[in-house]
Design a binder for this molecule. Structure first.
Ligand SMILES: Nc1ncnc2c1ncn2[C@@H]1O[C@H](COP(=O)(O)OP(=O)(O)OP(=O)(O)O)[C@@H](O)[C@H]1O
Length: 270
């Protein structure tokens, strides 16, 4: 059973109508090339939004922009009611990158304590850290492995340790970059069930990237990306019905073809 009670002071609740993320005319240049082009979208609170698209389309760049680690971002990007990168957002966002920083020569518990000490330092916070570490390990169902060395864990267990690190500060927004890559179907299903529990029980907002289209069906909403642009921003059901297709994958292909046809027409007019 998960326990999301935090001993820390909870941050002010944003107005319910305010989206967790709001982008308008967002542009990003990397290595002299424009990799995100004029993106405008919102990510609603308390839901799982999937960020889907082929390798290299800009998912990581968009996530880095949202968590405030990306340079050369222009346009509007508000996160939890503040400009992306604002120092006040640090403890309110959990970010799991594609290369999780888990120390192989430490146990799961020691890894968590290491990051907890950075987040919440000082001897006076020792008991709170102890409780937060135990809660984060329980959140990802690794209590029975807490004293195992991270180096001896499976890929799925390591992903869950990174997720536990991100859950330490009880963030309102979790940004997860391809958390299920390389995992078998059972572990993928377990992780998605965990994401749903985090959204349902804590009311957290999750932004989860993937290039596996069948994971799209597990999201409340989808942002479909291609070549630095957003092709669609809708629910899986609405995408399937508006494109008259049976799967999100087929809907995506339909939208790609449609965009290519529109592009060709524009070039002909020029
Ligand atoms: N450090 C960098 N310098 C210059 N260009 C970069 C850099 N990192 C990524 N890019 C380029 O930016 C574009 C978007 O990359 P990004 O990593 O955001 O894509 P992605 O959708 O997350 O891909 P993947 O699914 O493979 O991780 C790509 O064309 C990539 O070549």
């Amino acid at each position: 059973m998960m326990n999301y009670e935090s001993t820390r002071t909870d941050p002010p609740e944003p107005a319910p109508e305010e989206p967790a993320v709001r982008a308008e005319a967002l542009n990003v240049v990397r290595g002299g090339r424009q990799v995100l082009r004029d993106l405008s979208f919102t990510v609603p609170h308390g839901q799982i939004t999937g960020l889907l698209g082929p390798s290299g389309c800009g998912k990581t760049t968009l996530m880095r922009s949202i968590v405030g680690t990306q340079a050369k971002v222009t346009g509007t990007l508000d996160v939890l009611g503040r400009p992306a990168g604002d120092a006040a957002l640090r403890s309110r966002i959990g970010y799991v990158t594609q290369d999780p920083s888990v120390y192989d020569d430490l146990t799961i518990r020691q890894n968590l304590h290491y990051f907890a000490a950075i987040l919440d330092p000082g001897r006076a916070a020792a008991e709170r850290r102890h409780n937060n570490v135990a809660r984060a390990i329980a959140d990802v169902d690794l209590t029975s492995h807490a004293d195992a060395l991270a180096g001896n864990l499976s890929g799925g267990q390591r992903s869950r340790v990174s997720l536990a690190v991100a859950l330490l500060g009880t963030p309102e927004l979790l940004v997860l970059d391809e958390p299920t890559v390389g995992l078998d179907p059972v572990l993928r299903r377990d992780l998605w069930n965990l994401f749903h529990r985090i959204a349902d029980e804590r009311g957290a907002t999750l932004l989860v990237s993937s290039h596996v289209m069948d994971e799209a069906e597990r999201c409340h909403r989808l942002l479909l990306m291609r070549d630095g642009e957003i092709l669609a921003d809708d629910t899986p059901e609405a995408l399937r019905s508006s494109t008259r297709t049976d799967t999100v994958e087929a809907a995506f292909l339909h939208l790609v073809d449609q965009a290519a046809a529109t592009g060709t027409r524009k070039e002909t007019v020029r």
